[in-house]
Ligand binder design. Structure first.
Ligand code: FAD
Length: 302
């Protein structure tokens, strides 16, 4: 059970830092609380008493969304649901709506935030691989200044991040990728409301004829201590002609990325299938020439 004496909802970032200073050593920052509440309620942490909860989800700066031609800046308190509702996000972050569809359910999606997902740093977090594929950087602030860190450097391992005492995540800044085709493949113990056993974010840009991979970005989670890019496969595809044979070839590349202690063979099979399906789906959405793709795709990989 979670016991708390005071629940503070600061209206500005400086109010939040003032509350953090006032309650130093006695507070926990929360946003949607969708990780914090089950952690306490299910007794995983025993009975938890946190004297002060500081809820940063109402701070306007943490809810901003800005996009220019090159970058998207997302406030840390952006709820996952926004990836389904905001057309600009759908266009500039093409794998995200597909990730959001598989993320929890309507109620959790409305509260779960981007900042909470990355600070919780689960090896199976769904948003992190998508953001890593966008070369995301994390913007961090204290009362005295700001710094920025690549997301792959911020996420250090299961439950571990580079967040320091007195720091808040204010925003995520990532590449805007309009014109890319996106895909998000996920499997878990059940069909819905589950943490991923394996998930894969795929972003593909093709040439104007839909025949050559101009760019490929792949990031995986659930199978290694922290989500990561599959750079070897990305490199093997860049500048290469799209063909079924090439997709089969990269899906067969050795995958030492699977480091889970259990069900390694199963996970390797899943990763192979996800690579094929994810690349095909993303290529189709990027405008692939249909003759370059496996004709039996719908039955084999859909
Ligand atoms: C039923 C259910 C289904 C779920 N399904 C999924 C799923 O499909 N995929 C998935 O990835 N996750 C899932 N989750 C986990 C959870 O919803 C996400 O990790 C969510 O993004 C967490 O965000 P939050 O704002 O609710 O985090 P909170 O619980 O509020 O916070 C989590 C952590 O982040 C810290 N924090 C939050 N915001 C900030 C900030 N701005 N600065 C510094 N620290 C901060 C908190 O101190 C805490 O340590 C599920 C959870 C539940 C209960």
């Amino acid at each position: 059970m979670l016991i708390c004496d005071e629940y503070i909802t600061p209206a500005t970032l400086s109010d939040a830092f003032a509350a953090m200073e006032r309650h130093r050593g006695r507070y926990r920052v929360v946003a949607g609380c969708t990780d914090t509440l089950p952690w306490a309620r299910e007794g995983r942490a025993g009975d938890v008493e946190i004297p002060v909860l500081i809820d940063v989800s109402k701070i306007p700066e943490l809810n901003e969304r800005r996009a220019d031609g090159a970058h998207v800046r997302l406030g840390a308190a952006t709820p996952v649901q926004r990836f389904l509702d905001d057309a600009v996000l759908g266009r500039t972050m093409p794998a995200m709506p597909r990730c959001a569809v598989w993320f929890a359910d309507d109620q959790i999606r409305a509260h779960a935030t981007v900042g909470g997902n990355i600070v919780n740093a689960s090896p199976a977090a769904d948003l992190i691989p998508c953001l890593i594929a966008h070369d995301a950087a994390v913007e961090l602030a204290t009362a005295n200044g700001r710094r920025s860190l690549a997301l792959r450097e911020f996420t250090l391992g299961p439950g571990k991040t580079a967040l320091q005492e007195g720091e808040l995540v204010t925003a995520i800044v990532c590449d805007a990728l309009p014109g890319y085709g996106g895909s998000f493949e996920k499997v878990g113990h059940r069909r819905s409301l589950v943490i991923s056993t394996v998930c894969l974010a795929v972003l593909v840009k093709l040439d104007a004829a839909g025949r050559v991979f101009e760019d490929v970005r792949l990031a995986i989670a659930g199978v290694c201590p922290a989500p990561r890019r599959l750079t070897e496969i990305e490199q093997a595809l860049r500048g290469v002609r799209l063909s079924s044979a090439k997709l089969e070839e990269v899906a067969d590349m050795p995958l030492d990325v699977v480091q889970s202690r259990t069900r390694q063979e199963y996970r390797r099979d899943v990763v192979r299938g996800f690579l094929m399906r994810g690349l095909i789906n993303a290529a189709k959405r990027a405008g692939a020439d249909p003759t370059a793709l496996p004709q039996d795709f719908e039955t084999t990989y859909a």
